[in-house]
Design a protein around this ligand. Structure first.
Ligand SMILES: NC(=O)c1ccc[n+]([C@@H]2O[C@H](COP(=O)([O-])OP(=O)(O)OC[C@H]3O[C@@H](n4cnc5c(N)ncnc54)[C@H](O)[C@@H]3O)[C@@H](O)[C@H]2O)c1
Length: 331
């Protein structure tokens, strides 16, 4: 039985707690947060203990896994502390705001001989699981162009997202989902070029990036973490190839949880009628955390590998350089 502690008690911590509480081979033993306000409430809701700090929680609970769900700028200190205590570490995305910071986390986990996975949950978004299969099985023929988008308002449940020192802005916080997804299918692109909008605090909030691979594949990814008005949380994916076009559109409420989402997922084959692809009946958070626990049990690296996450951060850093210089950046 895995004993799991969650650090943080905000939006994503609640999603993880819901899932962990359903697993038969895991038990949520602690919610950790120096601020007891929400944390005690969530600990009560999930029948586990509240602690103000990680060392105190470990002394009492001796958990095997620590799940880090705090604002991004706090990830490194908790990953290092958890690894030093000998706990396996699941850490929310974006794992870090620099490669140097990520390398320190990886070293701490290697030194502590513990497993480390970054929670790139979009890889388990059910339609994206199907999209990945279409792409990997060449069901679209020779790929001509990919377009991917993720646009939302500034989250209204926190105030740290707009601070680039804390969240990295939309470039890190949201864009990383789509860059990670594309790279999990096609590997590292060879060049990136980006245009975008920056706030007065110099956070890149709305970014459009073109990625090109030496294979000839090209993709455009558009991300915004600061849409105004009632703009709904929306995601789109379109891949066009010689054998047809695969298209997915998802629209939720102003925040992702606000309203029943609507979506359309369609394959337009070149020589036959449009059809709706089948989608696995999975919960993305459950699948993500399941993968991490299985990787610990099976003593293997999780499918979100240490090397892949580093390459994604390299692409994000290159995108930032392109935004700042206006140049195409070679990777
Ligand atoms: N995978 C996804 O789809 C997804 C979605 C949202 C957020 N996230 C990521 O999850 C992380 C948390 O985001 P969120 O939206 O849940 O933020 P949030 O603001 O809702 O929650 C953060 C929590 O951390 C707590 N906290 C602050 N300082 C702390 C400290 N020093 N020690 C312990 N707890 C502390 C806060 O009190 C709060 O409970 C971020 O890295 C974010 O990018 C991922």
């Amino acid at each position: 039985m895995f004993k799991i502690a969650i650090i943080g008690s905000g939006y994503i911590a609640k999603q993880h707690a819901e899932v962990i509480s359903k697993f038969k081979d895991a038990k949520l033993v602690a919610i950790i947060n120096p601020n007891p306000r929400n944390a005690k409430k969530i600990a009560d809701q999930f029948a586990c203990n509240y602690y103000s700090d990680l060392a105190g929680a470990f002394a009492a609970e001796k958990m095997d896994v620590v799940d880090i769900c705090v604002p991004t700028y706090l990830h490194e200190e908790y990953v290092v502390e958890a690894a030093d205590l000998g706990c396996h570490v699941l850490c929310e995305k974006p794992v870090a705001l620099s490669i140097d910071s990520y390398d320190r986390m990886v070293k701490a986990c290697a030194d502590g001989n513990v497993r480390f996975m970054v929670a790139q949950v979009a890889r388990w978004w059910p339609e994206f699981v199907t999209i990945k299969e279409y792409l990997q099985n060449n069901q679209l023929g020779n790929l001509r162009m990919i377009y991917e988008k993720r646009l939302c308002q500034l989250p209204d449940w926190s105030n740290w997202h707009s601070d680039p020192e804390k969240s990295g802005g939309g470039l890190y916080d949201l864009n990383i989902h789509d860059i990670d997804f594309l790279m999990s299918v096609f590997g590292k692109p060879d060049t990136v070029y980006a245009v975008g909008w920056q706030t007065e605090r110099e956070a890149w909030m709305h970014v459009a990036t073109s990625l090109a691979w030496n294979t000839g594949l090209k993709a455009v990814v558009e991300t915004s973490l600061q849409m105004e008005g009632d703009w709904p949380f929306s995601v789109e994916f379109r891949a066009t190839g010689s054998e047809g076009t695969l298209h997915y559109e998802f629209t939720a409420g102003v925040n992702i949880l606000d309203a029943e989402p609507t979506s359309r997922f369609t394959m337009y084959p070149k020589d036959s009628d449009a059809m709706e692809p089948s989608v696995p009946a999975i919960d993305m958070f459950e699948s993500e955390i399941r993968e991490f626990l299985d990787s610990i049990k099976e003593e293997r690296e999780a499918s979100v590998t240490i090397a892949q996450v580093r390459e994604v951060l390299q692409v994000i850093e290159a995108t930032q350089k392109s935004l700042e210089t206006g140049e195409v950046i070679k990777l």
